[in-house]
Design a protein around this ligand. Structure first.
Ligand SMILES: Cc1cc2nc3c(=O)[nH]c(=O)nc-3n(C[C@H](O)[C@H](O)[C@H](O)COP(=O)(O)O)c2cc1C
Length: 198
């Protein structure tokens, strides 16, 4: 499992929820964390074939992962620009094609728009978004050290990570139905879902 935090700030609630998720899956999965979004240059299609090392690293880490967990804040009603930029670099190289991805957004509102935008852009590049959880007002759900302690939130994160890790065992019909349950409520037709590679 590769974790990716869409927030670049040092003290981040999205990093905090990813930390919890990593601890929860540690016994069941190998976990890698990609922490290089800030080093990825602005997307330029002219450079797609000779990208910066940071882009090559990003592509390689995604390619090596069997599943991906992204946690990102919502900025001004959308996903963070740094994350969208990084995702634009892999439209052509397709490292997320048919790859299971789960989403979390910790922030004031629970990041409905950030997650909606992520579902759209990930689906457009062939990723299978299999779970999505919003964690509203996350600072009210931590202890004094900033660790998530709210039991309902911990249960949500546990359910999301179990769902994500279970996806490689699903048959094609179950997988596409699961992805449809995420994309269709957002007005995305199931025709946009990439076929299951089974
Ligand atoms: C520039 C900016 C714009 C924001 N816009 C939104 C927003 O549209 N919706 C929302 O729910 N929270 C918004 N927030 C609040 C973030 O959700 C909150 O600060 C969150 O904790 C940031 O994630 P992080 O702690 O992982 O860095 C915004 C914060 C900033 C700094």
């Amino acid at each position: 499992m590769l974790t990716v935090c869409g927030s670049l700030q040092r003290v981040s609630m999205n990093r905090a929820v990813l930390e919890v998720a990593r601890e929860m899956v540690a016994a069941a999965a190998t976990v890698d964390d990609f922490d290089g979004l800030a080093g990825i240059p602005a997307f330029n299609p002219d450079l797609e074939g000779r990208p910066a090392d940071a882009v090559t690293q990003w592509r390689a880490r995604l390619a090596a992962a069997d599943v991906v967990l992204i946690a990102a804040p919502e900025y001004a009603g959308a996903l963070p620009g740094a994350l969208k930029n990084a995702l634009d670099w892999i439209v052509g190289s397709a490292e997320l094609y048919a790859k299971p991805v789960a989403l979390m957004s910790a922030g004031t509102s629970g990041g409905e728009h950030a997650r909606g935008g992520l579902v759209r852009t990930l689906t457009w590049q062939g990723a299978h978004v299999v779970a999505s959880v919003g964690i509203a007002a996350p600072r009210t759900k931590t202890d004094e050290r900033g660790r998530i302690t709210d039991s309902a939130t911990l249960e949500q994160i546990a359910a999301l990570t179990s769902q994500l890790l279970a996806v490689p065992g699903l048959d094609a019909t179950a997988l596409i139905d699961l992805v449809a349950s995420i994309v269709e409520p957002l007005g995305i037709d199931r025709g946009h879902i990439a076929p299951a590679l089974r």
